[in-house]
Design a protein around this ligand. Structure first.
Ligand code: ASP
Length: 330
């Protein structure tokens, strides 16, 4: 049997970073070949093709760049010889790129993202091991039908739900909704549940303007109105609890929806579904009233993931009804 073929796309981030001895600053400097050299037994795992995509920190990756990257990954997966694609990425926004890959990948083969918290100049860098595990997952037949995964710390996460929880700790990634999808341990690749099914989206672009507005106690509608007057294409709200916002902003939300701009609701809670239970049938700002006003609940997605999803839907020219349906099922 020929060895599985895996494409490794590199983008920069800590996994490819070294400390510059002159300035002391840490920056992406390692080439894809440098990274693979740090995985001495890689040839026993897969036949790997390294491809540099970019060499930057992930907070500078824009949605259009994410779309290019994910499209490149999917194109590589369409090649029959490729078992999976690994994307090395900065940890700060890997969850957004992972979300996009989850939405777009129709191939039945996985986009496997990986990252690191300790750069290559530090003692005990986690990047080489994470890269090795990501290549194992991408090469494994067990990973079929998982659209997009994040592999770090011997743990396999569904990229749709994973989020960064610590600024510096190597065990930063968690999947508060349902826990990890599986393990990449010394004993092998094991998934704890099947991937689930959901339709894919095909955006022509990711250029829409969609801000995230975190709500606060005592907030009024002026910021929501400012965004509407600015002409944003949609809005993601991050409310509190089960999905509630201060009642004083509801008129602004209603004006946004009347202007045909989708408003998607998320919560600042780290786990649990949105539950539209509170309301007066009027302007309480409770989730019940928000749904009646036409706000779209983002199910279990974080604000940053819901924003990527909304950008993709707008870029695919989907109707507000279709967007609503998609978010309810995610
Ligand atoms: N701290 C980040 C990382 O882990 C930097 C980045 O996102 O580029 O890679």
């Amino acid at each position: 049997m020929p060895a599985p073929h895996v494409v490794v796309l590199t983008t920069g981030g800590t996994i490819a970073s070294l400390k510059d001895p002159d300035t002391g600053a840490v920056r992406a400097a390692a080439s894809p070949e440098d990274l693979l050299q740090l995985v001495p037994d890689v040839g026993d795992i897969a036949d790997v093709t390294p491809r540099p995509a970019m060499a930057i920190n992930s907070w500078n990756i824009t949605p259009p760049m994410m779309l290019d990257l994910v499209t490149t990954a999917i194109d590589a997966l369409r090649d029959d010889v490729t078992s999976g694609v690994v994307v090395t990425h900065g940890t700060d926004t890997v969850e957004e790129t992972g979300m996009l890959a989850w939405m777009l990948n129709p191939t039945g083969k996985p986009v496997v993202l990986t990252a690191a918290m300790r750069n290559l100049s530090e003692a005990g860098p986690d990047g080489p091991r994470n890269l090795r595990d990501a290549i194992r997952v991408a090469a494994s037949p067990e990973s079929r039908n998982w659209r997009s995964l994040l592999v770090v710390n011997e743990t396999i996460h569904d990229a749709r739900f994973v989020t960064k929880t610590s600024t510096v700790n190597p065990s930063t990634f968690a999947s508060p909704h349902g826990g990890p999808a599986g393990e990449a341990s010394v004993t092998g690749i094991e998934f704890f549940r099947p991937p689930g099914e959901h339709g894919t989206v095909s955006p022509a672009h990711l250029n829409a303007e969609v801000p995230i507005v975190k709500t606060w106690t005592g907030m009024d509608a002026s910021m929501i109105d400012w965004y509407r007057e600015r002409g944003v294409d949609g809005l993601v709200l991050e409310g509190s609890g089960a999905g509630n916002v201060p009642g004083a902003i509801l008129p602004g939300i209603e004006r946004m929806i009347a202007a045909d701009r989708p408003v998607v609701l998320t919560t600042r809670c780290i786990s649990g579904p949105l539950a539209p239970v509170y309301g007066t049938g009027g302007a309480s700002g409770g989730g019940f009233d928000l749904m009646r006003a036409g706000v779209i609940p983002a199910s279990r997605l974080t604000a940053q993931k819901a924003r990527i999803a909304l950008l993709a839907h707008i870029g695919a020219s989907m109707t507000n009804d279709a967007i609503n349906q998609w978010f309810r099922g995610v």
